[in-house]
Design a protein around this ligand. Structure first.
Ligand code: C2E
Ligand code: CA
Ligand code: CA
Length: 635
């Protein structure tokens, strides 16, 4: 009789689970759907088993009840099959050649064959000559069943609970307890095959209660699915090769707004953003994947474009929360699988990139494709930024010196200071690149100071002015030029090392002159200290000549590309340009002098200084001094 009670209770329990599952907030994943189907099958099977037991109880063993009993046993097999299918679908994270999964499958096939072949082998049940049903429960088979489920459940937990250690411990304890109860029950012959069902049931229940719990996937502040849910669904879609398009919506100025208005006000705004996203999501699901970022998973790119167009008009840039106006700007990013990325890892990497794209160069409100180049670039930049940080902290930036030859004096009278940074493999990083990264990461001010200081130390230590050097050329980058205190700082450092500012020639590129007032003020102040200014990279910019001629510079450095193309006969600019610059009273330095022909050209055009590999490449301190002494001694 207790067996009947048990089966009825089990059927009722499955019903309850099924209803609860229908009512709760679900992640839209294949696995959740599979869980639903599994519950249905379990429910049907337990009803059938309960029904067959009831029939046997009331009518005894006769032909009809025998049939029902046999059907219920096959239903249990169906149960087992669905349970395994569910586990397999849940195990998408592991490759099929995982030893655990393989042992699972072998055991599963073995158990199914035992049950299905039972009418002939008589291991589990059989029908006698009179058509009467007989149930066998050999101890070995039961133990195999138990083992099977034990392995299976450990497997589920292992796959799913990786991140949730506490639940895992509770779960394993429960499992072991259940195992011993079931074995004990089996040994005392109180419970038959149903012992196994009881066992599955508890395991499933525990599994359901914790793992399928919405708490894991829902963000409490907005009620949207959270980041875990988002990545879970993405992982699954990609595991099953389903076309997936992601639209990310990021509040660009979230952190600065957060500092002004505080968390609570912004949360209110986010709830409202979430509502707008939900209403315009074209049946996609909205996830809140980080404080400032929402994501939408859609079926294809066309749908995504449509949603983007709607959202870009419907999400307001101004929000009124408790009489405060919060202004937001948004960035939109798109990425599709399998079109733009190959696997889950790649997709996640790009999504992380979008979430931390605080330097975004694209316009607010625009839709950006998360292409591979952007991610790679950001990774490379992070590495270089880290190296720069170290160099700034350890005062370890290297500098080299390239000689500048004076045509008038026929000797080396100047040098350009060039910064050098090595990567972890001791290879030099392109200076133009790391200077740009230093600018972006606000490290250019300390870095520039360090270079300037090292140049001063170099000059005084080697007494370079005793060997024919008259001035030192040092590069300034845009970030430094905008720094109001630059002049004070540089003049202070020069004085500290006994170098007059008049010996300092600061090289600035054209674009900086067109930059705001701050730059012109800085230049003005620099000139007041006696420093000279050189216009660097002349010939690469776009300004008209008249603009350039008006700039308050003492030197113009003709870019190497212009020298080379002139030498190759590709342009004639220098013919007119150089006399005009000279007429304004500015001196000309030509870069990229690599051959005698280059020297002849610049001399013919009345240039003043020559810099290039023909004389020397940028050299480390000792080599430069050796070169300088030898070269000037010959003159
Ligand atoms: P730049 O200021 O135009 O520096 C001249 C560049 O031309 C140097 O490259 C130099 O090695 C190269 N060069 C000189 N003569 C020749 C030649 O005959 N042939 C060839 N092929 N190249 C020649 P480098 O050292 O790689 O520096 C590149 C850029 O990085 C510099 O361009 C400058 O914009 C920036 N940079 C380097 N050091 C510093 C620094 O200390 N501060 C700042 N702000 N920028 C720097
Ligand atoms: Ca330069
Ligand atoms: Ca240059």
């Amino acid at each position: 009789m207790y067996e009947i009670h048990f089966e009825i209770a089990a059927a009722g329990f499955f019903c309850l689970l099924f209803l609860a599952n229908l009512l709760k907030k679900q992640l839209q994943s294949r696995r959740t759907a599979a869980f639903q189907i599994l519950l249905c099958v379990m429910m049907a099977a337990s009803f059938l088993v309960a029904g067959s037991d009831l029939c046997m109880f009331y009518y005894g063993t006769c032909e009809g009840t025998t049939l029902i009993k046999a059907a219920s046993l096959y239903a249990e097999v169906l149960c087992l099959v669905s349970f395994h299918c569910y586990i397999l679908s849940a195990a998408y994270r592991l490759s099929l050649d995982s030893p655990l999964l393989l042992s699972e499958c072998i055991l599963f096939v073995f158990m199914t064959v035992i049950i299905l072949s039972s009418p002939w082998t008589k291991w589990c049940f059989y029908l006698d000559g009179n058509g009467m049903f007989h149930q066998q429960t050999p101890f070995l088979v039961i133990c195999l069943f138990l083992m099977e489920h034990l392995v299976m459940d450990i497997f589920i937990v292992w796959v799913h609970y990786k991140e949730h250690l506490l639940q895992r411990r509770v779960f394993y304890s429960l499992l072991i307890l259940m195992f011993f109860c079931a074995v004990a029950a089996e040994m005392t012959q109180k419970v038959k095959v149903e012992g196994v069902t009881v066992f599955i049931l508890f395991v499933l229940f525990a599994f359901y209660l914790s793992l399928q719990s919405p708490d894991f996937y829902v963000d409490t502040s907005t009620g949207a699915y959270n980041r875990d849910g988002f990545f879970e669904v993405l992982r699954e879609r990609i595991a099953y090769c389903r076309k997936t398009s992601c639209l990310l919506v990021r509040v660009r100025n979230y952190h600065s707004m957060n500092q002004i208005y505080g968390e609570e006000t912004l949360q209110e705004v986010q709830r409202q953003i979430y509502d707008i996203l939900k209403k315009n999501s074209a049946n996609g699901i909205v996830y809140h994947v980080g404080a400032s970022t929402f994501a939408l998973i859609l079926k294809d790119e066309n749908l995504l474009k449509g949603v983007y167009e709607q959202l870009s008009v419907k999400i307001p840039t101004e929000w009124l929360v408790e009489d405060e106006v919060v202004r937001h700007e948004y960035s939109f990013y798109q990425i599709s699988y399998p079109k733009d990325c190959q696997d889950y890892e790649e997709l996640v990497q790009r999504i992380h990139y979008a979430r931390s794209d605080h330097e975004s160069r694209h316009k607010a409100g625009s839709l950006t494709l998360l292409h591979w180049g952007a991610v790679k670039e950001s990774e490379a930049k992070k590495k270089v930024a880290h190296l720069l940080e170290e160099a700034v902290m350890d005062n370890s930036i290297e500098i080299q010196f390239q000689p500048i030859y004076s045509i008038e004096k026929d000797k080396i009278t100047s040098l350009e200071v060039l910064a050098r940074l090595k990567d972890e493999n001791k290879n030099y990083i392109d200076p133009e690149y790391f200077i740009h990264v230093a600018e972006e990461n606000h490290m250019i001010i300390p870095l520039g100071e360090q270079i300037f200081r090292k140049a001063c130390i170099f000059a005084s230590r080697n007494r370079i002015f005793d060997y024919g050097i008259e001035d030192i050329n040092i590069n300034l980058s845009p970030g430094q030029c905008r720094y109001e205190k630059l002049t004070e700082v540089l003049a202070g450092i020069a004085a500290e090392h006994g170098i007059p500012m008049a010996k300092m020639h600061l090289e600035i590129t054209e674009s900086e002159f067109t930059d705001a007032d701050a730059v012109s003020r800085t230049l003005q102040r620099l000139k007041e200290t006696g420093a000279k200014v050189a216009l660097d990279d002349f010939g690469t910019g776009y300004s008209t000549l008249s603009n350039i001629l008006e700039l308050p510079v003492d030197f113009v450095k003709i870019d190497k590309s212009l020298v080379w193309s002139f030498a190759e006969g590709k342009n004639q600019f220098l013919n007119d340009l150089m006399p005009m610059i000279k007429a304004e009273g500015k001196k000309i330095i030509a870069e990229g002098i690599e051959t005698q022909e280059h020297i002849d050209i610049i001399k013919r055009l009345q240039g003043d200084f020559l810099q290039g590999y023909h004389y020397a490449r940028p050299l480390p301190e000792k080599n430069f001094m050796r070169f300088l002494k030898e070269f000037n001694a010959q003159c």
